[in-house]
Design a protein around this ligand. Structure first.
Ligand code: WTA
Length: 641
């Protein structure tokens, strides 16, 4: 039996959706007539230059929401607040890692975004063009996104931790002609150099004709004449008048690359009207956002959480959104709690990995700070283990803050399963119930619902406004990956169980996708990186359970003929993967082997390798194995370092 935590009475009384009956009523209305439900909300919550004539056009698996409507995400995030008392409210409350601060009001944000949009315009960029954004967590990152959105330039943020290789692949796949970057950013007191990586990537990206460089650290960078321009030079004297383009509701707002089951990342496409509506609604429903709240999501804008719940959702909902540039442990392990205390943060949203890492450092760090301003906590990215949940609740939330464990994906654009905190009592480790308009189920591969208390595949039956529209440039892969495993339903790739109270428990991925610190990484991506190394013949990669990061990358490698020191090569290969993909993908373990376990048809049996790294033994069916002796050897071998 898992324990149940009802939200405190005072919280429930003031909640945007107050009490179970209110949630049930909302859910029932959405289920009964989804189009009427979303249509009414879209009229009320989104600004339209021209109203839509059709709520949903569903030619499965391709959805169009609010067809005929003209809108603009940047307008919704900024301009419409200027006619309200929010005009001088702080939109972005920013703290840099070295301690510098900025508070940008909606009006000021409008000026900054308009100026930068005019910069882009003056360089010839317009609706339909694509820009890559590779920046540290400074206010100019959301400003760049909102300026792109203002013109209809589709943006794609590449997380600053990705390498030049990964950056290049994304620029090429997107067909981007503009890169917006910075000299560097700060992480744990050191500079993370970004412009250097851009220069390396652009050697093979001839279509990029402009690189705009924001000066953050002031360190030396090489500027290529004609191609590279300083942000502050272009911005000087740019006009503050730049009306938002009325764009089709389905205009591509952004593409965000995420790992799939092959070596090639997928560009997930999100569009405008439905995305703005859904992220706004989830801010109100899940984060119970109030006008006076100071809201902080600690994610990086390079991931979907930052897109939906640092930039678009909070700003569209008129919130004050805190952004912190650096690491949680710099200069000490109480940096986050210092920020909560300093800005009197009310709503705090982070990942289980971060929570576990902070638990390990001890309760005396949060105890040094007054965290009494917090009223709601959130978690995202991976399942949260009940012990971490309870610590978060007790030590950070002082026992008075509900926790919203939010299940969603890059593809879903917004939170699909989470407790509405004023309505649904929480069970540690469960995302609890679906949001209004979301129809999940748990099924077997034949498509039959497995019923209560049984494990199966988590699927979503009905389209929702912020859903993925396609994989950039590859609609066939979109169909195949998400809609054909079980025909006609959205396949999440997660295993889950629904208990007898109707609470969902997401157990993890069922495919070859690892989840390291809440970041998705495909086994194939790491394998392809490894086999690009001249010494490597073959590689198989699996996720290994890890106390802090959830999973860690574990690689099995066979080498080409030659005289290699395993110790040196182990180090080199770790470094190699970090260079090829990004530091967050650095393997925890490299194991060398003469051969890898394969089926007779030559497929690597990752299931066996997963068992080896988990338990150092193998059970189950191995009759299809080509060479059984391989297993015993692998299991016997310890990590080579
Ligand atoms: C996992 C992050 C359990 C899940 C928003 C999903 C979770 C993948 C949770 C998506 C949660 C995310 N409980 N598992 N609350 N949130 N996941 O695309 O496996 O980076 O499929 O999106 O993370 O990761 P992504």
């Amino acid at each position: 039996m898992s324990s149940i935590y009802p939200s405190p009475e005072e919280f429930v009384r003031r909640a945007n959706v107050s009490g179970m009956a209110a949630y049930e009523e909302l859910y029932r209305r959405a289920a009964q007539d989804p189009e009427a439900f979303w249509g009414a909300l879209a009229e009320k919550e989104v600004h339209w230059f021209e109203k839509f004539h059709t709520v949903l056009e569903w030619k499965a698996p391709f959805a169009k929401w609010f067809v005929g409507g003209k809108t603009n995400a940047s307008y919704n995030c900024i301009d419409r607040h200027l006619e309200t008392p929010r005009k001088n409210k702080v939109a972005i409350l920013w703290e840099g890692e070295p301690g510098d601060q900025r508070a940008i009001t909606y009006q000021e944000l409008h000026r900054l975004v308009c100026r930068f949009a005019n910069v882009l315009k003056s360089r010839g960029y317009k609706a339909g063009d694509r820009a890559i954004v590779y920046m540290p967590m400074v206010p100019e990152l959301p400003i760049a996104l909102l300026a792109c959105a203002r013109l209809g330039v589709t943006h794609s943020v590449v997380f600053g931790g990705f390498s030049a290789e990964a950056l290049k692949a994304r620029i090429q796949d997107l067909g981007a002609t503009l890169v917006i970057t910075a000299d560097g950013g700060y992480r744990r007191g050191k500079e993370v150099r970004l412009k250097d990586a851009v220069d390396e990537a652009l050697r093979e990206c001839p279509d990029v004709s402009n690189v705009i460089v924001y000066q953050r650290t002031g360190s030396e960078v090489v500027m290529q004449a004609d191609r590279d321009h300083w942000w502050h030079h272009l911005d000087e004297g740019a006009s503050e008048d730049c009306p938002a383009e009325p764009l089709d509701s389905e205009h591509p707002l952004y593409v965000l690359y995420t790992s799939g089951t092959t070596g090639k990342p997928k560009g997930i496409l999100h569009t405008t009207g439905g995305y703005v509506l859904y992220t706004t609604m989830t801010m109100k429903w899940v984060f119970d956002l109030k006008e006076e709240d100071t809201y902080w999501c600690s994610a990086d804008i390079g991931w979907v959480t930052g897109h939906s719940y640092i930039v678009y959702g909070p700003l569209a909902a008129g919130a004050t959104s805190v952004i912190y540039e650096g690491a949680p442990d710099y200069p000490a392990f109480d940096r986050w709690w210092r920020i909560v205390e300093k800005y009197r943060v009310n709503i705090f949203y982070t990942s289980p990995t971060a929570i576990r890492a902070l638990i390990r450092q001890g309760d005396h760090w949060p105890a040094k700070h007054d965290l009494s301003s917090l009223r709601l906590l959130g978690s995202v990215g991976e399942p949260i283990n009940p012990a971490a949940w309870e610590w978060y609740h007790r030590v950070i939330g002082g026992g008075r803050c509900p926790i919203v464990d939010t299940w969603w994906q890059t593809e879903t654009g917004g939170i699909l399963i989470a407790p509405l905190p004023g309505a649904i009592p929480q069970k540690p480790g469960s995302g609890t119930m679906p949001l209004p308009g979301v129809v999940p189920d748990i099924i077997d591969l034949a498509g039959n619902p497995v019923g209560r208390d049984k494990e199966g595949y988590l699927i979503i039956r009905k389209p929702w406004p912020s859903m993925i529209r396609t994989i950039w440039g590859d609609p066939e892969r979109y169909k195949e990956q998400y809609w054909s495993k079980v025909p006609g339903v959205y396949f999440t790739g997660d295993a889950a169980r629904c208990d007898s109270d109707g609470y969902y428990w997401v157990l993890g991925r069922v495919d070859d996708v690892m989840n390291v610190s809440g970041h998705r990484l495909s086994t194939m991506e790491v394998e392809s990186a490894l086999v690009r190394h001249p010494a490597v013949a073959e590689a198989a990669v699996v996720g290994k359970p890890h106390e802090i990061t959830g999973q860690a990358v574990c690689c099995f490698v066979t080498l080409k003929k030659g005289d290699f020191s395993h110790e040196t090569l182990g180090k080199e290969l770790r470094q190699w993967v970090a260079h090829e993909i990004g530091a967050f993908a650095r393997p925890e373990e490299i194991r060398f082997s003469d051969s890898l376990p394969k089926t007779r048809s030559g497929k690597i049996m990752r299931r066996l390798l997963r068992e080896i790294v988990t338990s150092n033994s193998v059970s189950g069916d191995v009759t299809t194995l080509e060479d059984l002796s391989v297993i015993t050897k692998l299991a016997a071998q310890q990590d080579d370092e």
